[in-house]
Design a binder for this molecule. Sequence first.
Ligand SMILES: [Zn+2]
Length: 439
Amino acid sequence: MRRQGIWLLITLAYALAVTSCQAGASPGDLGGVGVPSATVQPTVGSQADLDGIGNTLVTPTPTAGPASALRVVKGTPTALATLVPAAAPVPGPKNSVSPMFSSPPFTGDHPLMNFFDHDLPFQWYDNNGFQLTSWGGKTSGVDGHSGHDWLMPVGTPLYAVADGEVVRAGVAEPFRCEPLDRIVTDSLGVILMHRGLEGRSVFTYYGHMSRVDVNVGGKLTSGDRIGLSGDTGCAIESPHLHFSVWVRWGKVPQTYVDPYGWEGEGPDPWLVDKRGGEKSHWLWDSGVAPRVYREVELSQKEISALKVPLVVRYIRWMGWRDEQDPNNEVVRIEVAPDSGVRGPVSLFGYTLSNGHGAEFVFPRGAQVSPDSPVWVYTGSGRSTDTVYFWDKDGGVWDDMTGCATLKDPEGDVAHQLGYVGAGSKTTAPCAAPAKGDAP
Ligand SMILES: [Zn+2]
């Protein structure tokens, strides 16, 4: 009975959603200012558009010993190592490639906050607890997210990904942002219409912008600047670009698709969904697809508050298909700037572990100094004084939630850096088990 009741609610929610989709994208509405209600105006349930709840840094209470316990070694600091970018996305053999996006929506690399959820891209009824990526991996984030969110500073230039026409530009109609618990009136966005996917139009939506430089009806060439990124609307606390793509066809005017296509095991859950699914194609020209990776980094202020000498300052815990490119994952360990430690500190015998049985042991001679952090990549490579490789065949950091633990040679925790996905601010992965979990 209870299940049937829930299903009825889901069906009702979907019916309302489809209704609002159709209303939002009717031809007469396309010239207006605003964005489709289906994009930023979920109307049913508590799974409101949580766009913008960023990756939450979890900085557990440190249990480190005093700085005097460190073995300070003599030596000359080596040059700062460079971060090797996560792997560039490329379509696998199972993907359907229809390259029609000849420009990236932004230049440079920015960490990804939310993926397109192939299971399923409806925020108001999907609550299976994960986002399913284009390669079939489960990740954390806003459940049912219908596009990609890249974290980036306010004011980052945004570009048309293909030739097209501006069909919406400017401030969206006011809508309720549940996480902010108020009506939002400042949501700036742009919708472009492109032609080319199997004879159909494809729409791209840029959300949370801070400035719009185009007008409705304007004709754009791929790569034209359309404005600047921002944190307007329901972006909550982290400035980011919400970029979503949909095709118009049949009776559902707006059907979201993943511009990275689908290449997971078996059929795409979104394609086979009877309630309005659609096939996703890889839409990027060669080398154009923005990187997808996740990272967190402690700020100087956060480090100071920890009052520990050594910190796991940074972790990039996923990228494009970690099982193929385990060096997508990397951890950076630093001497805390205001710890009072001046010279290099020996890391010999220290361990870095993921809490699931994988442990990296720093070799003899390993050291970290105030001006020379140490990087630990998950895959293979040639180690240097400042860069180490775990030699794993796949990823070791959990895509859902995890914790990097640095322990000293005695096995005591020197520092931990935990991470959770977007939208999950209460989970503290490094914390001790909750009461009741103890045997
Ligand atoms: Zn978003």
